[in-house]
Design a protein. Structure first.
Length: 229
């Protein structure tokens, strides 16, 4: 596993993707970022003094693959910290990043039958795998992605990269305003208990989906969640 390090970084770009949803791209001011697909970082807006404690920060999934020289996160405004991000982060801004954390795809799993279930921006940790060369090792994988509406379905370029790396990759999308929310029971009926299920999204969704899969007889070792809040 990569060693956790602190990186002073410059904001390269800020894109408003939809209402209250932003993608931010960072470049390191020094050594390059080192992490694995599926890991996350701590972002601090205040100056970091090595002689003092790490400042107030929040966790965000890294959505770019490790081969990229820059790093991207996508976030939605949900509280005071992310509101401050939207107000203060702009191209040229300096922030501190601490990474990497997490073992989402390091855990043992079945690369010949993986099911990825994502709610909203919960898709971002999966994108770091889908665009990484290692995704070519995955076969017969499926992504079930839920969005509030087509307006929030923002990741086609990365998903097309995933299809090139793994031609058998299947993508199933749910739009809440048209079809309702993701149905974990439908997903189970289409995949079965032998798959490895990766779940990422709001905490309540992760809890409910994990519980439903366990009730269907899926082994706990076959349910891997992206939880760090």
């Amino acid at each position: 596993m990569p060693v956790i390090k602190k990186y002073l970084s410059e904001v390269i770009s800020v894109d408003k993707l939809a209402e209250n949803i932003y993608t931010v791209e960072f470049s390191p001011l020094g050594r390059g970022y080192k992490f694995l697909p599926g890991q996350f970082l701590h972002l601090a807006l205040d100056e970091y003094d090595p002689s003092e404690a790490w400042p107030d920060s929040r966790c965000f999934s890294m959505q770019t693959c490790p081969a990229e020289k820059t790093l991207k996160i996508t976030y939605s405004i949900k509280g005071e910290f992310t509101k401050r991000m939207a107000e203060s982060i702009m191209p040229g801004s300096k922030v501190w990043l601490k990474l990497p954390y997490g073992d989402l795809f390091v855990q043992e799993h079945n690369k010949q039958n993986s099911v990825f279930v994502a709610g909203g921006t919960g898709i971002t940790p999966f994108l770091s795998l889908f665009t990484d060369q290692s995704f070519s090792e995955y076969t017969n994988s499926k992504l079930y992605a839920g969005f509030r509406s087509k307006e929030f379905d923002l990741y086609d370029n990365q998903l097309q990269t995933a299809r090139k790396l793994s031609p058998s990759f299947q993508i199933i999308k749910f739009y809440e305003d048209e079809q309702g929310v993701i149905d974990i029971h439908q997903i189970f009926s289409e995949t079965g208990a032998n798959a490895t299920f990766f779940i990422s999204g709001p905490p309540l969704m992760i809890k409910n989906f994990s519980g439903a899969l366990k009730q269907q007889g899926v082994s706990e070792s076959h349910i891997i969640t992206d939880e760090w809040e």
